[in-house]
Write a protein that binds this ligand. Structure first.
Ligand code: 5GP
Length: 117
């Protein structure tokens, strides 16, 4: 069995984090290395490694996570302009293999910033 992810360890209270919100589905924390003035991670409690590993069983959970993104954006006053990102797989920049949604706001995003090398 694989080691618990850093996010599972945060949820278990083993590692401190700046928690903005939590409920039975997810936890929302500030990213430790923010890439924008607002950089929140929305993380399901269920340890799904990658988005590509989610199944039909996770349909309601994935919906709940997306709705939570909007709620957090409104709570932080950035709902007029934010970007959402999910990195899936090492070659796409995923470093923590526990599904999470990045919510980024507070800087201008150029169209080109979605480019991949
Ligand atoms: P990924 O690269 O997998 O899409 O995103 C992982 C994110 O988790 C990165 O933005 C990284 O800064 C963040 N991160 C990694 N370890 C920790 C941690 O211990 N605490 C917090 N708050 N964020 C972390």
């Amino acid at each position: 069995m694989s080691e618990p992810s850093i996010f599972s360890r945060i949820m278990a209270g083993e590692i401190p984090a700046d928690i903005l919100y939590e409920d039975e589905d997810c936890i929302c924390i500030n990213d430790i290395q923010p890439q924008a003035p607002t950089h929140v991670l929305i993380i399901p409690r269920k340890a799904i490694a990658r988005l590509a590993d989610a199944t039909a069983e996770d349909k309601a959970l994935l919906g709940a996570l997306m709705l939570r993104v909007g709620d957090i954006a409104r709570k932080l006053g950035v709902d007029d302009a934010f970007r959402v990102c999910i990195n899936n797989g090492e070659r796409a920049g995923q470093t923590v293999f526990h599904l999470h949604i990045h919510l980024l706001a507070g800087k201008s995003f150029s169209e080109g910033s979605l480019s991949m090398q």
